[in-house]
Design a protein around this ligand. Sequence first.
Ligand SMILES: NC(=O)c1ccc[n+]([C@@H]2O[C@H](COP(=O)([O-])OP(=O)(O)OC[C@H]3O[C@@H](n4cnc5c(N)ncnc54)[C@H](O)[C@@H]3O)[C@@H](O)[C@H]2O)c1
Length: 417
Amino acid sequence: MDQAPQITIIGGGMITQIQLLPTIYQLQREGLVGEIHICALNSPPILELQNDPVLKKAFPGQGFVPHPDPALSSPENLFPELYKEVLADAPRNSIAVVAVPDQVHYEVLQVALESQAHVCVVKPLVQTFAQAEEIGSIAYERGLVIGVEYHKRFDPRNLMARSAYREGKLGEFRLGQAQMIEPYYYRESNFQNWCTCENSDMFTYVGCHYVDLVAFITGLKPVSVSVYGIVDEYPNGNKGFLWTDGRVLWENGASLSVVDALGYPNAAAGGNAQGLTMWCQGSEDATLLVHRDQYRGVKHSYESAGDQPGDTVYAEPNPDYFQLLAQGGEGLLPAGYGHRSAEYIIRACCRVGAVESVEERRRLIRALDEDGIMATPANSSYNELVVEAARKSIQSGGREVLINYGEQPGIHFRDFS
Ligand SMILES: NC(=O)c1ccc[n+]([C@@H]2O[C@H](COP(=O)([O-])OP(=O)(O)OC[C@H]3O[C@@H](n4cnc5c(N)ncnc54)[C@H](O)[C@@H]3O)[C@@H](O)[C@H]2O)c1
């Protein structure tokens, strides 16, 4: 393939704005990818991306092809099927970046694979194991890459932990505690329209990060999930499981407790509260891993608070996730594990997409699966089993749901009879 592949982003929301689009603009600046198309449900998010002052400053002169075009469509018109046309019109070997609400991933993935696109999809891949298997096998059959964007995997502290654990330096995982408490003001955002009781919950939405990380670090599989959730009302009256307490048991008997919520005070200094502690059994002593992921040693006290929700005079910003930094030359350069993660996946798509032979593509896909650094349907569908189990558990007041692997992986309530 001699031309840089087109990128089609489906979904123009928060994650596109703060992470995916800046990374993709950077890859376009470097000549790795070609034209960028963005498709959203309606024009307001597209307009916001077009007018974003940070993106304009970081990537002067760059832009994207909008679907729908805000200049031609009124804000209230919805285009739920437009992405199908946009993907169908994309050249073969394009890359689809899927960043729509969780429950829409499956249908968008099907269309993306139908159009012969390689895929970078924000977590979670899909919401059930059966869907993950189906999507994974269609992609493999066609020689198309699917990378699931779990960016914490690219935080060096987690790569360090993975190496240390797998070298035997951290003993055997026994007990863990993790939390990810997202800001209270998220309740005001588009979340309230989709992250509702029937679609998702805080464990499913953000707890999956630390469940994935424990698997990423240790190589262990989760075998049991129970999640207790408290229902609260969003500002628009919709109801969501906005506070959750989950327990995940692992194949070696270890236990991880995970609390998640939209409950980090707007008045607090950081972006959220998040972290992981793992207590392990060593050969002669206990071993330990502690990651304090929200406070990374930076304190700022500004002249005044900014005008974005959650902005405070005294702040503890995270320098490691995603920053756009002046490093000489025109515009700003992305830095951080959020950038490296999306970049890694898109580079993998480009590498495999440049190969003609489907057999050779499949070999490269198998190598990515085996490396286990990038999450793929083949190496991370335990996440879909956990999500399925969590949804069943939380809807039943926290009953324990077991995961079975083997010939036909699946989930079922624990039977105490
Ligand atoms: N830490 C992470 O990895 C992380 C963080 C945030 C979000 N996410 C994931 O990213 C996804 C999107 O989250 P977000 O916070 O950006 O949500 P959001 O609500 O801000 O944006 C969703 C976007 O999807 C678009 N959309 C919905 N239906 C569509 C359709 N039929 N066709 C085209 N566009 C459509 C909407 O227009 C909107 O622009 C979710 O799956 C979420 O779980 C991951």
